[in-house]
Design a protein around this ligand. Structure first.
Ligand SMILES: C[S@@+](CC[C@H](N)C(=O)[O-])C[C@H]1O[C@@H](n2cnc3c(N)ncnc32)[C@H](O)[C@@H]1O
Length: 274
């Protein structure tokens, strides 16, 4: 297994703050953890994003690559007529400058410039030179575009690959959930299974078996944020809130507290409190 890119730690610690865009702490954590599970499980492929804006999340995907992997960036950039709902505003010059500054350059990036509805899975697979293992969908936010982009991502995915979908729960963009539901419940869904949600993202993979692997790995490691297991589209998922647990909650989950509960003093206190 290749060592992580040394620029990754810098980008996660500080670098991301210098790139204008939308990707929460939970979103970044999800991408890093998915990559770790993929490394362990031998899931190979390239990385891609529809809707890169200035590269905030795309740079992270590039830093998670292993030798030989490429990144594909799809965006209308300055062609405002393709950006029908005004979601973000890509700028290719800024995007490339950020790649040079934070990801060591743009040599391994293939840019597909234009409305994502003019591209399909074959175009992305062709641009990357193979299937994709990490695919962020964050372009146009109309129901039609989201449905189309999910279709592109689903059919470009390597077995065990993951789609990171943005804004499903964002009330400012209700058509994202509309397009997603249409795709998931429609005849073209090849069997995507969600396994995690939080930080405005929903994560899908290619079937129940890899979904269980990601979910177990996520739960085993736990989260610094409040989280719980729930059901979504009939599947078990971990839902991660952006809230850090309060002091009391952290204390009652700590090994110290567990030891105290089982001590004679702790047992007496529990009896007294009924
Ligand atoms: C919300 S921003 C993406 C944010 C980005 N993922 C980040 O990490 O900050 C949406 C992006 O999608 C692009 N976009 C909007 N409509 C599009 C379309 N129909 N096809 C391709 N890109 C589109 C915009 O130019 C913008 O860069």
């Amino acid at each position: 297994v290749s060592p992580p890119d040394p620029r990754l730690a810098r980008y996660l610690a500080r670098g991301h703050r210098a790139v204008q865009g939308w990707c929460s702490d939970v979103g970044r954590e999800f991408a890093v953890r998915v990559d770790a599970v993929q490394r362990q499980g031998g899931v190979a492929g390239h990385v891609a994003e529809i809707g890169v804006h200035h590269g905030k999340l795309f740079i992270l995907l590039m830093l998670l690559r292993r030798p030989g992997e490429r990144g594909v960036a799809v965006d209308v950039f300055e062609q405002v007529q393709g950006n029908v709902d005004g979601s973000g505003k890509g700028d290719e010059a800024v995007f490339r400058r950020n790649l040079r500054r934070h990801a060591g350059g743009d040599m391994d990036v293939r840019v597909l410039r234009g409305d994502s509805r003019t591209f399909g899975a074959a175009d992305l697979i062709g641009a990357a030179g193979g299937l994709l293992r990490l695919f962020s969908v964050d372009g146009g936010h109309t129901a039609e575009i989201v449905r189309h982009d999910l279709n592109t991502a689903a059919y470009a995915l390597a077995p065990g690959g993951v789609i990171i979908l943005d804004d499903y729960f964002n009330p400012e963009w209700p058509a994202v959930s509309e397009g997603t539901c249409r795709f998931l419940e429609g005849p073209d869904n090849p069997g995507l299974v969600p396994f995690a949600l939080g930080g405005n993202k929903v994560l899908f993979t290619t079937g129940p078996e890899p979904a269980a692997r990601y979910l177990e790995a996520f739960l085993e490691q736990g989260f610094a944020w409040e989280h719980k297991v729930t059901t979504f589209f009939g599947h078990r998922v971990v839902s991660v809130s952006h809230q850090r647990p309060g002091v009391l909650r952290r204390l009652t989950r700590s090994p110290f507290w567990r030891r105290f509960r089982e001590s004679p003093l702790g047992r007496a206190a529990r009896r007294l409190s009924g």
